[in-house]
Design a protein around this ligand. Structure first.
Ligand code: CTP
Ligand code: CA
Length: 235
């Protein structure tokens, strides 16, 4: 790609990246989950390390080989979590020492209100099963509200949108709600997005202004994100 990408512009910085998708247990053997592979989060961790940062990767069910490959990178440490609650605790603790926090994980919006102590049995449950789900806390909004001066908080938003205008409209509404410094928008559907090798991202500021765009591999998207971070007045 054109342009000069500095190789060590994150030297001395601490970057926290969440990756993968959380799982919310129903009983000891079942969970509610999502299709996130963790590929984008791992690409972000790799790119941050390449630029000289110390990186803490908070991994929620990142595909095994990818997770292990990230864990052996110089400067990268991996912490495994499972539920939205665990992820919230891990990232909140790590954020206290972070210059940049990136919420790339797909966090469950709802979890079962109760978790059965033993495996749910058909003869006890009957013909149909109704689950009550309760909202999980919005971790990104919490991090954005609590950020220190100079700390940069970045969110992701995967939207099912018909076109770029719809993606931007949804993204701008979400950016205003979250209050993060940057929101990375990408379009997903049944065919593309989760698990895919390629992606198209549009990076916007909290005020909705577009600051970067990239189309290609998730590595290229990761470069665009850190370039955009580097252009923030706070960074
Ligand atoms: N996120 C979070 N905590 C949650 C849910 C989402 O921190 N409980 C983060 C994600 O990691 C992502 C950003 O918020 O960085 C946007 O997630 P998204 O699912 O697009 O937004 P929601 O606010 O959950 O809205 P909705 O799913 O209804 O579109
Ligand atoms: Ca959500």
């Amino acid at each position: 790609p054109a342009g000069v990408v500095p190789s060590d512009d994150l030297a001395g910085r601490t970057v926290v990246v969440t990756a993968g998708g959380t799982r919310e247990p129903l009983d000891p053997v079942r969970y509610l989950g999502n299709r996130s592979s963790g590929k984008q989060g791992v690409a972000l961790a790799r790119e941050a390390a390449r630029r000289g940062a110390r990186v803490r990767l908070i991994a929620a069910h990142v595909d095994g080989d990818m997770r292990d490959a990230a864990a052996v990178l110089t400067g990268v440490t991996v912490e495994d979590v499972s539920t939205a609650d665990e992820l919230a605790r891990a990232v909140t603790a790590a954020a206290s020492e972070a210059d940049i926090v990136i919420m790339a994980a797909a966090v469950a919006d709802y979890r079962p209100e109760t978790v059965a102590e033993g495996k749910l049995k058909k003869d006890a449950v009957g013909e149909s099963l109704t689950l009550t789900l309760v909202q999980t806390p919005d971790i990104l909004a919490g991090l954005a509200a609590a950020r220190r001066p100079g700390q940069v908080v970045v969110g992701f938003a995967a939207e099912t949108a018909a076109d770029r205008d719809e993606l931007l409209a949804r993204g701008r509404a979400k950016a205003a709600r979250k209050g993060a410094d940057l929101l990375v928008l990408n379009a997903v559907g049944w065919q593309h997005g989760f698990g895919a090798d390629n992606t198209t991202v549009v990076v916007i500021r909290a005020d909705g202004e577009i600051v970067a765009e990239a189309s290609g591999s998730k590595d290229e998207a990761a470069r665009a994100v850190f370039d955009a971070v580097g252009c923030l007045p706070t960074a």
